[in-house]
Structures are given as structure tokens and as C-alpha cells.
Write a protein that binds this ligand. Structure first.
Ligand code: GLU
Length: 272
């Protein structure tokens, strides 16, 4: 059976019947590892033609290699923030490496290995606007974030007076910020640094630089797959100890002038 050609509902049935939905061996010669990443976040997960770049992409490649999957057997799948749990629950992806914060509510639906990186929520503003200096100055402002993200959730709780608009992707928020349709964009400092450093926005956008949350990036996997979790954690530890983590962080985030904050590199949590 070719898992890639059957629908989500069928995949769920296949799971219920005990048929393996794992991309590594489903008995039909299908040996792709399906990895969910972002396609529009420079420095983290970016698709340009057939080229995939970013820290998440490099972390996924390293893990896949340790799991015995060569790079040409990885199938990259776009994983927008609001769809990540569903993609894992339906077996449409085997793992997600997509600026995916480990949270208790997500853990009710999916499993997490890691963390492999610690980021913090921040704000992106237009360089000529000095009225926004942190969450305290957001009352009445038009703020953009993404549906299904911790960023939108946190800001709703912390700043009830903000005028929040939720889009499907952060790149849509960046366009709205540049055009003046919103006053600021909120998400992880890593993501914001990547947009601010893009050639077409040179000098136009600025990260405020006062992170107000802790985002622990995990590798999303099927809930309850402890063996997979342990293998991924071991790969993350190796990536950190052999210097590949430092290289990947420098190559992907260094160009945007981003230096990892406190807690990096992190120690993966015990698998539940
Ligand atoms: N790390 C946060 C989250 O997982 C924000 C970034 C994102 O939406 O991917 O929700």
C-alpha cells in the first residue's frame, strides 16, 4: 500500500487496523521519511524551488541520517502552524521539525522529542515606528500572528486590549506589516530575525529585542512512540556534542545576526 496516495481518513483506518503508517517500511517499497517543515521561514525552514534550507531542515537531515534515512529519501511536507497536530495524528507526516514549541496541550495529541533549541517570543515592527517597545505598548495596536501558534495564544492572554489578526503563515504577516495594514508581528525571535535580514526588507524592519516567553522547539512525532523519541533524542545529543549543532545554528541564524539565547544548546527531555 502506498501511504502517500491514500487520504487522511484511510490512513486513520489503516492505523486502527494495525497497519504500519510509518514511512520507513509499509511493505510496498515505500521508504520515504515524511518530514513536516515550514516552507516560508528564512533561516528555519525555507523552500526555494527544490532547495530546502534552515536550522529545522538541518536538524531534520541530521536526525534522518541517524535513523538510517539518506537525504534523498526524505519527503518534505509543508506544515503550517495550525495543521501540525493533524498532520501527525493522521500519519501524513512521520515527524515535524517546524519551530514547533513543546506544550502540555499539544502533548495531549502528539509526542515530542527534544528540545533541540530554545527561542523566545518577540515583536517585529517597522524601523520608523518607535511606539512599540514590548507587550506593554501593544494596547489598541494592530498586531499580526498565526492561527494555531503559541505566539497568538500568549499575546491574547497577556494583552487583551490588542487588535490581533491571525493569518495562516508568518510571511503573510510580514507583507501586512510592510504595507502598513498592521503595526507589528509577533512570534519567535528566531523567525523574526530571519525576515528582518531578508534583502528586500533591508533597513525597513526591526526586532524589538525583548523576548517575553520561552519557546522550546521539539520534534513532533506520533503520540506514544517512545522508541522513536529516544532515537531522536540520542541524535540531538550527538548533533550537539559533535559540533554540527553549532555549525547549523551559525550557518542558518548567524547571517541574520541572531545569537542563541540562554538555555542553548538544550538537553533533550526524558521521553514519556
Ligand atoms: N514556536 C511557536 C509555536 O510553535 C511559534 C512559531 C510557529 O508558529 O511555528 O507555535
Amino acid at each position: 500500500m502506498n501511504i502517500r496516495r491514500i487520504g487522511a481518513a484511510t490512513a486513520a483506518v489503516a492505523l486502527a487496523l494495525g497497519v504500519s503508517a510509518c514511512g520507513s517500511d509499509d511493505g510496498g517499497g515505500e521508504d520515504q521519511l515524511k518530514v513536516g517543515i515550514k516552507f516560508d521561514q528564512p533561516g528555519l525552514g525555507l523552500k526555494e524551488g527544490n532547495d530546502y534550507t534552515g536550522l529545522d531542515v538541518d536538524v531534520a537531515r541530521y536526525i534522518a541520517d541517524k535513523l538510517g534515512t539518506p537525504e534523498d529519501e526524505i519527503e518534505w511536507v509543508q506544515a503550517p502552524s495550525a495543521q501540525r497536530e493533524t498532520l501527525l495524528e493522521t500519519g501524513q507526516v512521520d515527524m515535524i521539525v517546524a519551530t514547533y514549541s513543546i506544550t502540555d496541550s499539544r502533548k495531549e495529541k502528539v509526542g515530542f522529542a527534544g528540545p533541540y533549541f530554545i527561542a523566545g517570543q518577540d515583536l517585529l515592527v517597522r524601523s520608523d515606528d518607535d511606539s512599540i517597545t514590548g507587550p506593554d505598548s501593544l494596547d489598541g495596536k494592530r498586531l499580526c500572528s498565526v492561527t494555531g501558534s503559541t505566539s497568538a495564544q500568549t499575546v491574547k492572554e497577556q494583552v487583551p486590549g490588542v487588535n490581533l489578526q491571525e493569518f495562516g503563515t508568518y510571511s503573510e504577516c510580514v507583507s501586512a506589516l510592510v504595507s502598513g495594514a498592521v503595526d507589528a508581528l509577533t512570534t519567535d525571535d528566531t523567525i523574526l530575525a530571519g525576515y528582518a535580514a531578508q534583502d528586500q526588507y533591508q533597513g525597513q524592519l526591526e526586532v524589538v529585542g525583548e523576548p517575553f516567553s520561552e519557546e522550546r522547539y521539539g520534534v513532533g512525532i506520533a503520540k506514544g512512540d517512545t522508541e522513536m523519541c529516544e532515537q531522536i533524542n540520542e541524535a540531538i545529543r550527538e548533533m550537539i556534542s559533535d559540533g554540527s549543532w553549532d555549525t547549523a545554528v551559525e550557518e542558518n541564524l548567524g547571517a541574520a545576526g541572531f545569537t542563541p539565547g540562554e538555555g542553548n544548546p538544550p538537553e533533550p527531555e526524558a521521553c514519556a
